[in-house]
Design a binder for this molecule. Structure first.
Ligand SMILES: [Zn+2]
Length: 198
């Protein structure tokens, strides 16, 4: 089963309610999610305790019971710093399968003689995911296009869909300008895909 947040493949998953839907999270992402819940809980507790103190002050009878804060959980290091991680508010919005494909391409390039490309590919994907001004259509199309290229990297020379690859490269080039700061990174990543996939 694939994690809805990072695309990591794992046997054991935690199902959590996110917005109107549900997401299956791996151990790492579940621990991050839990941390967010604890922070939210403690913020609410602080607010309620402040109100209780105010009531004590006005009524002149101090010492009414207070809600307890939950101790914060020790942060567990992410599994792999060099991979794309999806924020809690992005869970369910992006296709985790696509992120998984891009992550496996990052792993591939890290092992190649061009490891910088993996970092560029990660920065590019994270820029696309985090840019609030990009429409859903453009974001989905860019992420799916990158995932397609990533998937084609794994194929052997004969199985590659060359005309699709050319079309996708053109499409990304024409819409990447919508993402702030992404064009410069794309101009470094694009020649890599062109040379590997031709
Ligand atoms: Zn995960």
């Amino acid at each position: 089963m694939k994690c809805s947040a990072c695309g990591h493949e794992a046997e054991l998953m935690w199902v959590v309610e996110v917005g109107k839907g549900r997401a299956a999270l791996c151990l790492d992402c579940q621990s991050k999610y839990q941390q967010i819940q604890v922070t939210k809980h403690n913020m609410l507790v602080d607010e309620m305790n402040y109100l209780a103190e105010e009531i004590d002050f006005v009524s002149g009878f101090p010492g009414s019971p207070r809600y307890r804060r939950v101790p914060s959980i020790t942060q567990i290091n992410p599994r792999n710093e060099s991979h794309i991680t999806v924020n809690a508010d992005q869970i369910g919005i992006v296709n985790s399968g696509s992120i998984g494909e891009i992550n496996s391409a990052i792993t591939l390039t890290k092992q190649s003689n061009n490891p910088q490309i993996g970092d560029d590919l990660r920065s590019l994907t994270e820029l696309i995911l985090s840019d609030k001004d990009v429409t859903n259509e453009i974001r989905d199309s860019l992420i799916e296009s990158l995932a397609f290229l990533a998937e084609q990297l794994k194929q052997d020379n004969q199985s590659r869909k060359r005309s699709m690859i050319s079309t996708v490269l053109v499409n990304i080039t024409s819409s990447i300008g919508a993402v702030t700061g992404a064009l410069g990174i794309w101009e470094k990543v694009k020649p890599f895909f062109e040379s590997c996939l031709k």
